[in-house]
Design a protein around this ligand. Structure first.
Ligand code: RIB
Ligand code: CA
Length: 317
């Protein structure tokens, strides 16, 4: 039986690839897509989420917009990484439909009342924290939260912090302290599982989704070439999705993680007790190793398989 999931995201180049990977994978059933302000504004990331579903002809999957800013502090977009649209690179057609007329948190609650689900959170954790605050009962209906975020020993938005956690440190701490089965897929592993321009370009001939990913990567790799000196890019969010499709890709360890919610130098850092120095009980499963080649092979083969997928009639070719 496929694992039913909700993907909460802020598309975003790697969010888009994560959505396409999920849509191409029979191991998962994508029950809904919810969006959260992060890489770009809530309006832009929501339109982008619909556009990505259009690419794969997935016009029956509900999309609902969520928080337009973090719980406490102002929003900050990542235009330098994802551009003004949030998906710079490919030609972007108008989204084929409007999002559901319901807040993301209410859509999550409605679906969780019907059946237990796995949440894959690949943007700031604002929506997930709001869900737990507004619907405490939902914690017992969430099978697992697989989140792309944090790091044991890396930072990308600051030297100390990863973007998703840094954006909404308070929301992240709410999630790590929730008692729910949380898997943290952080920079320590995503940076060791990178998509080269050659592999991305090799997807172009596979069909519309492959060409879309090739164009996304051509833009996305510029930031990484500038900052890291290497045009091979992590596909952070897709690795979180891949860990549900093929769990053996990641080695997870039960560890205690806490988020620095101060306003100091290390705001947004996930302080992971890697060697159990605190004696605190583990509260999450933290990814400490990855089969990077296996992930990229899975990602590329699944994206290529979408090439044959019918294009949504409403997404004009
Ligand atoms: O730090 C990487 C994360 O921040 C990814 O989810 C990317 O999409 C951005 O949201
Ligand atoms: Ca993201």
């Amino acid at each position: 039986m496929p694992t039913p999931v909700i993907i909460d995201c802020d598309p975003g180049h790697d969010d888009a690839m994560a959505l396409l990977l999920a849509l191409a994978s029979p191991e998962l059933e994508l029950a809904a897509v919810t969006t959260v302000a992060g890489n770009q504004t809530i309006e832009k990331v929501t339109a982008n989420a619909v556009r990505v579903l259009d690419i794969a002809g997935a016009d029956a999957i509900p999309v609902a917009a969520g928080a337009d800013r973090p719980l406490v502090h102002p929003a900050r977009v990542a235009s330098e990484v994802h551009g003004e649209t949030g998906l710079d690179g490919p030609e972007l057609l108008p989204p084929s439909r409007e999002p559901e007329p319901v807040h993301a948190v209410e859509l999550m609650a409605r679906l969780l009342r019907e059946r237990p689900l796995t949440l894959v959170a690949v943007g700031p954790l604002t929506n997930v924290a709001l869900l737990l605050a507004l619907h405490p009962w939902a914690a017992d209906r969430i099978e697992r939260i697989v989140l792309m975020g944090g790091a044991i020993a890396e930072g990308n938005v600051t030297p100390a912090a990863e973007f998703n956690i840094w954006c909404d440190a308070e929301a992240a701490q709410r999630v790590f302290s929730s008692g729910i089965d949380v898997a943290m897929v952080g920079l320590d592993v995503t940076h060791r599982a990178r998509l080269t321009p050659q592999r991305a370009e090799g997807l172009r001939a596979s069909g519309r989704a492959g060409a879309f990913v090739a164009d996304l990567h051509a833009f996305y790799s510029r930031f990484h070439a500038t900052i890291y000196g290497d045009a091979a890019t992590p596909v952070h969010d897709a690795l979180a999705v891949a860990s549900l499709i093929r769990p053996a890709l990641l080695h997870l360890e039960p560890l205690h993680a806490e988020v620095d919610t101060s306003l100091g130098l290390c705001r947004g850092r996930t302080v992971v007790d890697r060697w159990r120095r605190t004696g605190l009980e583990p509260n999450s499963q933290v990814a400490v190793d990855v089969d990077g080649d296996g992930f990229i092979d899975l990602l590329c083969s699944r994206i290529a398989s979408l090439g044959e997928r019918r294009v949504s009639p409403s997404a004009r070719a």
